[in-house]
Design a protein around this ligand. Sequence first.
Ligand SMILES: NC(=O)c1ccc[n+]([C@@H]2O[C@H](COP(=O)([O-])OP(=O)(O)OC[C@H]3O[C@@H](n4cnc5c(N)ncnc54)[C@H](O)[C@@H]3O)[C@@H](O)[C@H]2O)c1
Length: 468
Amino acid sequence: MQMNPFNEKISMIGLGRLGAPIAACLAAKGFRVTGVDRDADRVAALNDGRPPVYETGLDEMIAQTNGRLNATTDTLAAVRDTDITFVLVPTPSESDGGFTLQYVLSACKEIGEALANKQAYHLIVLVSTVMPGATGGPVRDTLEKTSGRICGEDFGLCYSPEFVALGSVIHDYLNPDFILIGESDPHSGELLASIYDRVCQTNPPNSRMNFANAELAKIAVNSYVTTKITFANTLAGICQHLPGADVDRVTGALGLDSRIGRKYLTGGVGYGGPCFPRDNRALASVARSVGASAELAESVDHVNRRQVDRLANLVKQNTEPNDTVAVLGLAYKPHSDVVEQSQGLQLAESLASNGIDLIAYDPAAMQNAQRVSQNGVRFADSLRACIDTADAAVVMTPWPEFTRLTGTEFCGSGRLRVVIDPWRALDAKQLSDRVRYVAGGVGPIDDRQRLTATVCCNERKITTPTNK
Ligand SMILES: NC(=O)c1ccc[n+]([C@@H]2O[C@H](COP(=O)([O-])OP(=O)(O)OC[C@H]3O[C@@H](n4cnc5c(N)ncnc54)[C@H](O)[C@@H]3O)[C@@H](O)[C@H]2O)c1
């Protein structure tokens, strides 16, 4: 049952936003990888050496795989011909906040059927986010039942979710803060840890435990981060109304406290995307299911949903009723085309449904936004067209395309007069020469404070906010 992971062949079931980049990383690091997906277009793309999904650096990573990466729609053959199988299929949220196992169990059934005809030891690594109780319950049961073999003896099972953000999946996967492994038995955990040793560039610590602890830790990490983001956004809301206040000054001080730390304390727009909102709701769901308090997670979710209202008010306070407003940024974060739970799209829809003439643009997410948008949002053909059509612009996603715009470029046709910057990612001083610059999270300035505030504005270090 001993395996040398350096010689192992890996199958990756699910070639989506996470599975495709991770498969490419494993192959680039020397493993022979067979990707599996039901979507024949994704399989064909990978076999042609093309990225099946939009992700930063994926084309370069595929180019480094030197023939070690191929793809198929045939799960049974892929499992049969490999030693380790990663499962990265969707686990959509249910109405109570939990995650459905429909795709995971369907994949496990096929893995079990392949294992039934195989003698050699096999390791299965579930990476999809699941609820506590899933891996040691229905997942292990399905594998044992369909394979006729015993977990922990004939095959190993690990739960090892990733803490990666879309747009930086490859960087985050190769440079993790830590590795989380829930394991059926020590050998399975050691084998998986040895794979991470070979792939990760940061020598991360391993946190190994049973399934239930790992399942809870995954959603707890993301829920903790959403709480921190929401705390910073609450401070931004207070500062916006407090004469002389500046959220960057306040969170800058908070971040110096080693019990708090600087990351995720920007105080900009609410969190969105495919992970944070649903992991937060999942924690509340777990709490309710065991009769524990769900109030903290529920409050964070509630406050996050209100951030769009805070920014809509900021827009209304700084525009005239007949103004055309440009929303710049529809992806939930820069370097991504994903609009799930995007606050940029939600703000655009909220303003449009309140009768404001609204035009929107994003460098990568236009198609996805147009597909899901329902509420009278006009989509511009280009950044230039978007700005030139508007009287005011609000920068919701701090793409470099937006944050490097100069005052002259914003003025363009001479129509645009107001730039609203919830992230304070633009060059305030430079823009103020040509347009009225409005920073979110900064309070009104009275005469006595004007001098100090000017100094603060000049001192402000201009950085592009990140999610880390
Ligand atoms: N996207 C993220 O930022 C992120 C971050 C951390 C964790 N996760 C978790 O990772 C999992 C996958 O997320 P994703 O965003 O990569 O999903 P995705 O929807 O982008 O991709 C999933 C892929 O799995 C394929 N698939 C589904 N069932 C299959 C089966 N039985 N056999 C073969 N292929 C199958 C689909 O065709 C699709 O290509 C989810 O559980 C998610 O919660 C996602």
